[in-house]
Design a protein around this ligand. Structure first.
Ligand code: IPD
Ligand code: CA
Length: 272
């Protein structure tokens, strides 16, 4: 926080904010219509709607019209290889199950990576009209105001902790067992249903910590940078990169050690 943003990133961040807001408008308008056609993807509980696809097309069209040499990776479409070194990583609707039910916790997530290194992230919540944004070394903002994690001090027993569950039944069963060990050791647990929003929720101090195994690249690309820039520790329980085989953790830095110990004791690093 308080760092000076890299001037080269400023126009890219503005572009991402504008596109995320436009996609958010499309998503919010769709959420007010009759229930649309919903189909499933990786499992019977993994939903996708026509709006996920429409929002991703709009985002890809806008970003690649402005920057035709960039690459693009989105949850719903085929990847485009980068000629510029910069690749956009997009989840058009993170929290699709919530969206399909009209449960107000979903967002558009747009990140950019330069040669694989995250350099900017925007997460826009169209229901609350909240835009979380960060650029590498530039700090993090909520609706353009600087934001940060909660102050250090309160112990893990007084921490509000977010988590999420995958779509495969066997992973869910293991996640439930870990949760049973975490719940009595913390103040309480939240499951909002959008990993990108969960990471931003830690970033702005509405949660002390968050963990989830099995996140996809587009789920965490923007939110992880935003949380880092807001002062959170972001990493994995197992060590190594944020990938779908590991447990992503974002937390107030002073909670990291006790939280990782608790998760390991609960067997979170041994889950399928
Ligand atoms: C899901 C949400 C959810 C998380 C799942 C994600 P989707 O993304 O982020 O909170 O628990 O792991 O797959 O399917 O809504 O884009
Ligand atoms: Ca997602």
């Amino acid at each position: 926080m308080g760092a000076v943003p890299d001037p080269d990133l400023a126009p890219l961040l503005e572009l991402a904010v504008a596109v995320a807001n436009e996609a958010g408008g499309l998503i919010e308008a769709a959420a007010r219509l009759d229930p649309e056609e919903v189909t499933t993807k990786t499992s019977a509980t993994d939903l996708v709607t026509a709006t996920d696809r429409a929002a991703e097309s709009l985002i890809a069209e806008r970003l690649l019209a402005a920057r035709p040499d960039d690459g693009f990776v989105g949850e719903e479409g085929s990847p485009v290889t980068s000629g510029s070194g910069l690749t956009w990583v997009v989840d058009p609707i993170d929290g699709t199950t919530n969206f399909a039910y009209g449960y107000p916790a979903f967002c558009t997530s747009i990140a950019a990576e330069l040669d694989g290194v995250p350099v900017l992230g925007v997460v826009h919540d169209p229901v609350r009209g909240q835009t979380f944004a960060a650029s590498k070394g530039g700090g993090a903002t909520l609706n353009r105001r600087p934001m940060g994690v909660r102050p250090a001090g309160p112990p893990l027993a007084h921490a509000l902790v977010g988590t999420g569950f995958g779509y495969a039944p066997e992973r869910r069963a293991a996640q439930g067992a870990v949760l049973a060990a975490v719940l009595p050791a913390v103040r309480d647990v939240r499951r909002a249903g959008s990993a990108a929003l969960d990471l931003c929720t830690v970033a702005c101090g509405r949660l002390d910590a968050y963990y989830e195994r099995g996140l996809q690249h587009w789920d965490h690309a923007a939110g992880a940078l935003i949380a880092t820039e807001a002062g959170a520790w972001v990493g994995t329980l197992e060590g190594g990169p944020l990938d779908a085989e590991r447990t992503v953790v974002a937390a107030r830095p002073d909670l990291v050690e006790p939280l990782l110990d608790l998760l390991r004791a609960a067997g979170a690093d041994q889950m399928p």
